[in-house]
Design a binder for this molecule. Structure first.
Ligand SMILES: C[S@@+](CC[C@H](N)C(=O)[O-])C[C@H]1O[C@@H](n2cnc3c(N)ncnc32)[C@H](O)[C@@H]1O
Length: 264
């Protein structure tokens, strides 16, 4: 080997040495070894999305809802009352719902129902910030449900609704609409009549054991007869109060048996 050849060999070794061979194949179960260029020590690599591009759900909701009104006509109000519901409107605050849903450790097999979904804010937060495979809203007022539809379409336009996760809205009565696949139920039920609360409690007893019910108004006193267990009570800010009760119930395995017994 002459001097020139030795010099060339030495240079090539140096170039190779200056490359980081990222060979974690065994550890990562990755077959290919990637050779990454050696970056200068001052260069910073980040795979994070810049903060400016990250979606802040609370801000997004504020922006999307700035022109959405929940007021409805007198005719609609009396229709809701005559059906057995309550037309009164109020919402849980973003951080209050966050507290409750964070504590529940939502999984991607979970299905959220908002019974009396109004303009759909709870569903938007649930869909964007938790892995629910489906969120469903049921609302008696056509006007409020129409607003929720508008919001859902906006989310679609922003590509925030994906095919593998559903976002459904129904204009109907929560005492009658299908809720059979619910695993988490939310209801801003403060003004719901006792008869409606009793009917809903009976409906819950027929759902899948493990069901979580989040309700602002407590379930009727005989909830245990329907296989439900009171797990927790929070006091959280709502749009109308700084500390409203939020009750959490769980449906236990013996639900069907208990419900049948209670009916006899
Ligand atoms: C207090 S608001 C809550 C809105 C929404 N869930 C939220 O927290 O942002 C209750 C909603 O339930 C609706 N509602 C009342 N009775 C109902 C019934 N029987 N069936 C369906 N919706 C009902 C009302 O029209 C109202 O929009």
């Amino acid at each position: 080997m002459n001097v020139m050849q030795k010099f060339l060999l030495f240079s090539m070794s140096l170039i190779l040495w200056n490359n980081v061979i990222d060979c974690k194949a065994k550890k990562d179960n990755t077959k290919n070894c990637a050779i990454k260029p050696n970056l200068s020590k001052t260069a910073k690599v980040t795979t994070d999305i810049p903060a400016s591009k990250k979606i802040n759900t609370s801000d997004l909701i504020d922006e999307m809802y700035k022109n959405i009104k929940h007021q409805i006509s007198d005719t609609e109000r009396s229709m809701v009352t005559k059906t057995g519901g309550s037309p009164v409107y109020g919402e849980i605050k973003f951080d209050s719902l966050k507290k409750v849903l964070d504590d529940l450790n939502i999984k991607k097999t979970d299905v959220l129902y908002d019974l009396g979904s109004g303009t759909g804010k709870v569903l938007v937060q649930g869909y964007l910030d938790y892995p629910f495979k489906k969120v469903v809203g049921i609302e008696l007022s056509p006007t409020r449900n129409h607003h929720a539809e508008t919001i859902r379409k906006n989310l679609e336009k922003k590509n925030l609704i994906t095919k593998d996760r559903k976002f459904e809205l129904y204009n109907g009565d929560i005492a009658k609409e299908n809720i059979s696949d619910a695993t988490v139920i939310y209801m801003c039920s403060t003004c719901y009549p006792e008869e409606l609360m009793a009917k809903l409690t009976e409906r819950f007893s027929k759902l899948k054991p493990g069901l979580t019910v989040i309700t602002l108004k407590a379930l009727p006193d005989n909830y245990e007869d329907f296989g439900l267990k009171h797990i927790k009570e929070y006091k959280l800010p709502m749009t109308w109060s700084e500390g409203s009760p939020v009750h959490i119930y769980k449906l236990e395995g013996k639900a069907k048996k208990a419900a049948k017994k209670a009916k006899k």
